[in-house]
Each structure stands twice: as structure tokens, then as C-alpha cells.
Design a binder for this molecule. Structure first.
Ligand code: HEM
Length: 400
């Protein structure tokens, strides 16, 4: 018989960060639309997650009947949180998103490829010199950080501090069960907002051909974007631009090193790179959950979720659902054709704006890394970052 505790989505259970997938499987099999005692609902099957994300539900926490966990008791006037497009419903969402879509075009992303190749090769040169190093520090983190900083046109800032603040801010995307963390998130939000305001002031005086200048111009145009909204979109792009892709690269390489036959397959068939990245996204998803909020009773798989409820759609679980991906869903298979249906970038109106950029960075980084270093392997224990949502390694020692 199954212990009832095992049936609860419990990211605080021992071993969760090493392997959340066993818990997800139990939930999919036994309680796929779970009413959680902490006050939210947890949806774990592929078809349900996919339909939920496309159902046009709200993402605005003002629609919550109750505040399910500590963070939402934080100051409503907090800086960037709650004002970015990720947290807004139409018409605000439509207006903010279309503004960024204009500059984040497929063509603009594709044009970045030579730059990304150069950044990856420079990182690989440094790794070759060291011999043994940390994959996150040398490649997985600096690549997306440099790319989004350059796209936005960020001035040289205190990178270490910005990295620390972003790392705290993204905890707002997960269940926060203690007040101390909630306070730390609010403080990081305030500081990152202040830094971003300074950056915007600097950029006004130093306009250039970049995303930040384009967004500032939109603010000048009048009703399009107000000052606080501008700050919130910049923080979102900056943080989303590097806190996620780091996990795509690192989780992908981790999966390859644990599956040598797949690593060899990628080496022998470089044209598998695009599908391989889809499979990395599916197999160990860089963003494990996204949220929706009901404004009216909403039925998922025959269960009625009441209005005003916070619903967590578990992308990491949906991507492992045997009902959709087949009985070998728990295995890494780089040539799996269904991998392209993974839901790691969400779906519906909030589908990730940076998906094409993340895919390109992932493809270039992983395929060049494995081709350059035939002897690539672990040089010690990988340590997980302890994040419930943005899952990835904090330490990843490798030898090349
Ligand atoms: C939204 C995942 C990289 C910008 C999202 C969402 C997810 C996601 C799950 C919410 C979707 C939903 O609720 O339906 C990822 C993953 C990435 C990644 C897994 C890397 C592997 C990026 C990058 C950028 C970016 C590189 C920008 C440079 C955004 C933005 C949104 C978003 C602006 C908000 C879209 C909206 O609310 O309309 N992303 N993301 N993301 N992402 Fe990404």
C-alpha cells in the first residue's frame, strides 16, 4: 500500500533534488490533479498540463481568493515582481508581450549565432587550458548571461551581485514555505529594481542598437509602457535570459554523461543536435513548473478546481508522462521524434518568448562541447542547486 505522505507533492522530501521524477510518477498514476494541503493544486499529466496552459486562465495573483504561501503576503508595491508580462493578464499582457515580440524576432535570434559560436569556443579554450573545471562556471552560466547582457545592451555591472540577486529572485517562482525566504526575495527584488533603474538612466544617456534602447523608446512613445513596467520587463528578460538556459545546458550534459551510448550517438550524428536539445528539455526540464490562477471553477480531468485557486502545472512531470511519450519516457533517447512536443517552454498565451534563443544556445554549446572533448567526464560529485522550479546543478566538476 502507498503511504499517503508519498502521495503528496513534497519538494521538501529527502532526495527530491536528486530525483523528483519518482514522486511525479506516483502523482501522475494516483492523484494527477491534486488538491494540496498548502492551498494550491498540482497538475502532473501531459494532456492535463497542456490543456490547462492553453485554457486562457489568469496569471495575476490579484485573482487569488487566498494567499497560499508566504511569498504572496509580500508587499504589493514590491519592485519588478507582479508587473512583468509573466504576471499580467490581457490587455496588459498583450500590450507588453507584443512590444518585446517586435524586437525578439526569429531573424534577430538567428543573427546571433556567430556571436554564440565565438562565446562557446572561447569558453571551451579556457576549459581546455584548465583540464579540470566546473561546467556551470565555465560554460553553462556565462554563455546565456553574456548573450542576454549583450542583447539588452547592459553596461558592465557587478556581475557577481546581479547573479546572486537573480538567484534569490527566481525563488519567487516556487513554493516558499518560510518567511525568511519570502523576505530575502522581496529584498532581492528591491535591489535588482534599483540597479535596473540606474541602468535605464545610463542607457537613456547612451542609446545604442539594443533591446534596452528599443524598450526605452517604446516608453517615450507615450501610453505604450510606463516606467515601472519598463523596469519589470527588463528584469524579466535579464533573469529569464540566464537563469533557465544554464539548466538546459548543464542538465543536458549531465544526462549525456550518464548515458554514454547517447553521448556517442550525438558525436557520430551531429545533425541530431536540434532533436537532442528537445530531448534534454523533456528529460530533465530546466523549468519544472509554471502557474495559472482560476477566476471561475475550472475542471481538469473530471476534478473541479474552485475559482481563485493557484494551480501549478508540472512541466517536468508532463514531460515524463508515459501516457504521451510511451513506456520508455524515463529514458534519454536523442532520436525520440515526440521530444519536440515537450512542454518545457509552457504553452498558450505565455509560451516562452526566449525559446528560439535558448534552443540555439543549447545546440551550439552542447554539440561543440562534446565534439571538442572526446574524453569529457565527471571529475567529482555533481551538486544540485536545491531549487524546486529552476532545476539544475550548482556544482558540476568535469575533466576535459
Ligand atoms: C516564459 C521556460 C529561456 C524569456 C516562460 C515560461 C516558461 C519558460 C515555462 C512560462 C510559460 C507558460 O507559463 O506558459 C524557459 C526555459 C528556457 C527559457 C525552459 C531555457 C531553456 C528564456 C530566455 C528568455 C526567456 C533565454 C529571454 C531572453 C521569457 C519571457 C517569458 C517566458 C519573456 C514570459 C512570456 C509571457 O508571459 O508571455 N519561459 N524559458 N526565456 N520566458 Fe522563458
Amino acid at each position: 500500500m502507498t503511504n499517503t505522505d508519498e502521495l503528496l507533492f513534497n519538494p521538501f522530501a529527502p532526495g527530491f533534488f536528486e530525483n523528483p521524477y519518482e514522486q511525479y510518477k506516483l502523482l501522475r498514476d494516483e492523484d494527477p490533479v491534486q488538491e494540496h494541503p498548502l492551498g494550491f493544486w498540482f497538475v502532473s499529466r501531459y494532456e492535463d498540463v497542456s490543456a490547462l496552459l492553453r485554457a486562457g486562465l489568469s496569471v495575476d495573483i490579484a485573482n487569488l481568493a487566498d494567499t497560499p504561501f508566504e511569498f504572496f503576503a509580500a508587499d504589493e508595491d514590491a519592485g519588478a515582481l507582479n508587473r512583468s508580462m509573466l504576471d499580467r493578464d490581457p490587455p496588459d499582457h498583450t500590450r507588453l508581450r507584443s512590444l518585446v515580440t517586435k524586437v525578439f524576432t526569429r531573424r534577430a535570434i538567428a543573427a546571433l549565432e556567430p556571436k554564440i559560436v565565438a562565446l562557446v569556443d572561447a569558453a571551451l579554450d579556457r576549459m581546455a587550458e584548465r583540464g579540470t573545471c566546473d561546467l556551470v562556471e565555465e560554460l553553462a552560466f556565462p554563455l546565456p548571461f553574456a548573450v542576454i547582457s549583450e542583447m539588452l545592451g547592459m553596461p558592465p555591472t557587478d556581475h557577481a551581485r546581479v547573479r546572486e540577486l537573480s538567484g534569490t529572485l527566481v525563488r519567487s517562482l516556487e513554493i516558499v514555505a518560510d518567511e525568511e525566504t519570502a523576505r530575502a526575495i522581496a529584498a532581492a527584488d528591491a535591489e535588482l529594481t534599483a540597479i535596473t533603474r540606474e541602468v535605464i538612466a545610463w542607457k537613456r544617456a547612451n542609446p545604442a542598437e539594443d533591446l534596452l534602447t528599443a524598450l526605452i523608446a517604446a516608453e517615450h512613445d507615450g501610453q505604450v509602457l510606463d516606467g515601472d513596467e519598463l523596469v519589470a520587463q527588463v528584469v524579466l528578460l535579464y533573469v529569464a535570459g540566464h537563469e533557465t538556459t544554464v539548466n538546459l545546458i548543464a542538465n543536458g550534459v549531465n544526462a549525456l554523461l550518464r548515458n554514454p551510448s547517447q553521448l556517442e550517438l550525438l558525436r557520430s550524428q551531429p545533425d541530431l543536435a536540434a532533436n537532442a536539445v528537445e530531448e534534454f528539455l523533456r528529460y530533465d526540464s530546466p523549468v519544472q513548473q509554471t502557474r495559472r490562477i482560476t477566476t471561475a471553477p475550472h475542471t481538469v480531468a473530471g476534478r473541479e478546481i474552485p475559482a481563485g485557486t493557484f494551480v501549478l502545472a508540472c512541466l517536468g512531470s508532463a514531460n515524463r508522462d508515459e501516457r504521451f511519450f510511451g513506456p520508455d519516457a524515463a529514458e534519454l533517447r536523442l532520436d525520440r521524434p515526440e521530444a519536440r512536443h515537450q512542454v518545457s517552454f509552457g504553452a498558450g498565451p505565455h509560451h516562452c518568448l526566449g525559446a528560439a534563443l535558448a534552443r540555439l544556445e543549447g545546440q551550439v554549446a552542447v554539440s561543440r562541447l562534446v565534439r571538442r572533448f572526446p574524453g569529457l567526464g565527471f571529475a567529482g560529485e555533481l551538486e544540485w542547486n536545491g531549487r524546486i522550479n529552476l532545476r539544475g546543478p550548482a556544482k558540476f566538476p568535469v575533466h576535459v
